[in-house]
Ligand binder design. Structure first.
Ligand code: NAP
Length: 353
């Protein structure tokens, strides 16, 4: 892993995945370092965020974003340093986040027409650079708005979080406690993850969905029923929760990772009509939509920063080093072998004063 490369190196989408993502769906290719034109900048990638949404972007049908074309460089959330710039808004040396390629280097037009949603990172001297992906961006902001705006929990209500030991889920667990003092129950795939949730993260209970019938374990962990559900998983987990919701329950549909590999016919819970019986609400949301509300976005940053600095909001990063390991690493999300935020480090962080 070096900071300077004479050639660019990128992962391209080789085949449409069948089922979960596999490393063989991608191909690593070298190309000359791209020159920059008027208004453009060259970004050296420091961190590449690996996300379940990559599975949605690689299918034929568009999701909330267009799908990546076969042969194209794979799209991802990156954090990097501007190495060369013909764009005053992004001077050389500044750190940016953007939706660009799984590449050592990316050229951007500053977000004018490239759809990169590029933004300059205000470096908070109290936080390490990687906290950007651990606590903010499409991770912490998703947990924040999902809990606070979609679920609107009230004190002492029971909040269940699926995918609870993952990047978004682990923050949602803690925000449920901090924001409303909920009784929080996490659902995760190993005993170690469950222990992390009830130990370090302060969940009231945690359920290993791979051990025994989930419905039964949830019933034990939620003796007063379920008022709010932050769902990252969908499928059978959603079904088990739907059977146990209370009157006026709220469900935030943040993700459905258990169904991302089911392109033909994703599993829809047969008991969905229980929403009707319980006058309950289910609402999908995409965090990127919140970015337009600058004041609320800034408040979310302030709240998250303060909670973290007060020691009440913790995050964990799962770092894989080297671009050559990115395609293998993304499979961890579907095998459940990551804990916390999965990132690949492609080059060294810039020095900080
Ligand atoms: N709506 C939005 O704007 C938005 C933004 C970001 C992310 N998301 C969504 O939020 C969810 C979590 O994303 P993340 O980045 O935080 O990923 P993550 O939770 O860090 O990683 C994925 C985790 O999902 C679990 N998982 C994988 N396959 C599963 C299955 N078949 N059944 C149950 N659990 C399974 C695994 O944990 P276990 O060991 O527990 O199985 C795995 O560690 C995803 O659905 C993602 O698409 C939505």
């Amino acid at each position: 892993m070096g900071t300077k490369a004479s050639v660019n190196r990128s992962w391209h989408l080789k085949s449409r995945p069948v089922g979960a993502l596999k490393d063989s769906d991608f191909e690593l290719r070298d190309s000359p370092l791209p020159p920059i034109g008027k208004g453009q900048l060259l970004i050296r990638t420091v961190y590449l965020s690996l996300d379940p949404t990559h599975r949605l972007w690689t299918r034929e049908k568009a999701s909330y974003m267009p799908s990546v074309k076969l042969g194209d460089v794979m799209r991802g959330f990156i954090m990097g340093v501007v190495e060369q710039s013909n764009n005053e808004a992004f001077p050389q040396g500044c750190v940016v986040t953007a939706i660009l390629g799984w590449s050592l280097y990316n050229v951007s037009d500053g977000g004018v027409a490239d759809g990169s949603m590029i933004s300059k990172v205000e470096m908070d001297p109290r936080l390490p650079l990687i906290a950007r992906f651990g606590l903010f961006e499409h991770i912490g902001l998703t947990s924040y708005f999902g809990v606070i705006d979609i679920l609107r929990p009230r004190p002492r209500e029971t909040l269940v979080v699926s995918g609870a030991a993952g990047a978004v889920g682990s923050l949602a667990v803690q925000i449920g406690k901090i924001y409303a003092g909920c009784r929080v129950v996490g659902v995760a795939g190993t005993d170690d993850k469950c222990r992390w949730l009830t130990g370090e993260l302060g969940a009231d209970a945690a359920v290993n969905y791979r051990k025994g019938p989930l419905a039964e374990s949830l019933r034990k962990a939620c003796p007063d029923g379920i008022d709010t559900f932050f769902d990252n998983v969908g499928g059978e987990c959603l079904e088990a929760v739907l059977d146990q919701i209370n009157m006026n329950a709220r469900i935030a549909m943040c993700g459905a990772i258990s169904q991302y590999g089911n392109d033909e016919k994703p599993y829809g819970p047969p008991n969905i009509y229980n929403l009707l019986m319980k006058r309950a609400r289910i609402e999908g949301f995409i965090v990127l939509d919140y970015a337009a509300d600058k004041r609320w976005w800034a408040k979310a940053h302030d709240d998250i920063t303060n909670w973290h600095l007060q020691g009440r909001l913790k995050y964990r990063i799962d770092v894989v080093k080297g671009i050559e390991n990115a395609a293998k690493a993304v499979t961890k999300l579907f095998e459940g072998t990551n804990t916390g935020k999965l990132v690949v480090q492609l080059s060294e962080e810039p020095a900080r004063n």
